[in-house]
Design a binder for this molecule. Structure first.
Ligand code: ITT
Ligand code: NA
Length: 183
């Protein structure tokens, strides 16, 4: 059957579609998440899943992700979407100006919900905050994130390449293992 993927972010949906390679049929429900004030992605995504399930019924999938910068004690973390809108890539570069440790990671938590089950799946990709903005592929903070082992940003990568190593890609593979044995 098909799974409703609720997101206000069309890039996110595109990534999931490419990841699914036809093994899961996603139908997009374009609705922005109500971002609750919580200090972890799990709590936010769980709340979103339950709320959206009551609105749209299931089976349904929702994802919450964020950029966690080590030297900033994990900021912007669960507030990444808001910080992207307010500070943007250049705002983060400005905050990092005199900071030597540029380590950061992207985290993703997927929630799957149907009439029987609510399950969470996580993925994380480590890297560093670039010194400047590069690349116009992808979305969000892609142009300033260099994954470990690479010399280019997510913003310079093709979608398939990013999906192979991204936080979202990893969370999706965990979900897929569950889903294929669950069916
Ligand atoms: P939803 O409607 O699905 O919530 P969103 O874009 O608001 O869409 P999140 O709440 O999960 O998504 O916010 C995460 C933010 O973190 C997102 O807006 C980006 O700025 C950033 N982000 C998450 N994953 C990213 C990725 O793969 N590449 C670049 N930035 C990413
Ligand atoms: Na959001």
């Amino acid at each position: 059957g098909e799974i409703k993927l609720v997101t206000g972010n069309s890039y996110k949906f595109k990534e999931f579609q490419e990841l699914s390679k036809g093994r899961v049929k996603f139908v997009r429900v374009d609705s922005p998440k109500l971002e609750i004030q919580a200090d972890n992605l799990e709590e936010i995504v769980r709340y979103s899943a339950v709320t959206f399930y009551s609105l749209f019924s299931g089976p349904l999938l929702v994802e919450d992700s964020g950029l966690f910068i080590k030297a900033l004690n994990g900021f912007p973390g669960p507030y990444t979407s808001y910080v992207k809108r307010t500070l943007g890539c250049n705002g983060i570069l400005k905050l990092m100006e005199r900071i030597e440790n540029r380590e950061a990671s992207f985290k993703s938590v997927i929630a799957y919900i149907d009439g029987d089950k609510l399950a969470l799946f996580k993925g994380e990709t480590e890297g560093t905050i670039a010194l400047g903005v590069s690349g116009d592929k992808g979305f969000g903070f892609d142009p300033i994130f260099i994954p470990t082992g690479y010399t280019i940003t997510f913003g310079e990568m093709e979608l398939t390449e990013k999906n192979r190593i991204s936080h979202r890609g990893k969370a999706f593979q965990e979900f897929l293992k569950f889903y294929e044995s669950y069916l």
